[in-house]
Design a protein around this ligand. Structure first.
Ligand SMILES: C[S@@+](CC[C@H](N)C(=O)[O-])C[C@H]1O[C@@H](n2cnc3c(N)ncnc32)[C@H](O)[C@@H]1O
Length: 226
């Protein structure tokens, strides 16, 4: 077995145990213990969601980037802010439930402020109508943040601000994705936001489950608050 396969086999085992953790508290404990190795492991997975989301925001955002206020929800170690920084954004607030992941985000030096919050259990400690961009990557999926969180994301954005979200489209996330799609459309019907772009991406990240092969697919959503 080659060294590369060894590494991928290790990451597969790690990702499978993330999905095995039942309660959101278990999941956060898992992220606490994974934090130090998270970035190197997701690189092996060819995890492109932070870059895809950042480029989606960048292709539509026409304001003053350096000053634009960006709320990075479920920020983890800071991969999304790192990508947005390369594209000219410079003013980030991060939120995550994991103390371990937040510590790595703090060490990145990218965030003006970081807050520990359990999504779905407590409201966002954020003033309404404040952010030019709100982004959530890698946390809208089964066992992570509940779908209802998208209403809080919308509230946090300024009128005219963007909300960018990602989810996985593979089999074990189908039911969650169905509910997410329905809620996003319902909010559009209620006049809360308008859909700017939905991009389905085939090679989202490398597959890790037994019944999957190659790459799983995923989606990037961009909405504009009304
Ligand atoms: C896959 S990581 C994504 C991190 C980062 N956005 C990225 O793309 O690299 C998922 C993150 O969501 C956080 N998370 C999962 N469920 C959460 C919840 N219910 N409340 C707060 N944070 C949560 C985890 O702590 C972890 O940092």
């Amino acid at each position: 077995m080659s060294a590369v396969t060894d590494t991928f086999e290790h990451v597969k085992a790690v990702i499978k145990s993330v999905h095995k953790n039942a309660t959101s508290r278990d999941k956060i404990n898992f992220y606490n213990s994974w934090a130090e190795h998270y970035e190197q492991d997701v690189a092996v997975l060819d995890y492109r969601a932070p870059s895809l989301a950042a480029h989606c925001i960048s292709s539509h955002f026409s304001g003053e980037r350096e000053a634009a206020a960006v709320l990075d929800v479920a920020c983890g170690t800071g991969l999304v802010a790192k990508q947005l920084k390369k594209l000219g954004f410079g003013n980030f607030v991060g939120i995550d439930g994991s103390k371990g992941m937040l510590e790595l985000a703090r060490q990145s030096g990218l965030y003006q402020d970081l807050k520990q919050v359990m999504l779905g259990e407590e409201p966002l400690p954020i003033q309404s109508d404040l952010f030019d961009v709100v982004v959530i990557v890698g946390a809208l999926s089964v066992g992570h943040a509940p779908v209802a969180v998208v209403r809080d994301l919308c509230k946090s954005a300024k009128p005219g601000g963007y909300i960018c979200m990602t989810t996985r489209s593979n089999q074990d996330n189908q039911e969650y994705k169905g509910r997410l799609d329905a809620e996003l459309k319902q909010m559009e019907k209620e006049g809360l936001w308008t859909c700017v772009e939905v991009t389905e991406v085939e090679d989202w990240e490398r597959a890790v489950r037994e019944h999957e092969d190659g790459y799983i697919s995923g989606a990037v959503y961009l909405y504009k608050k009304l």
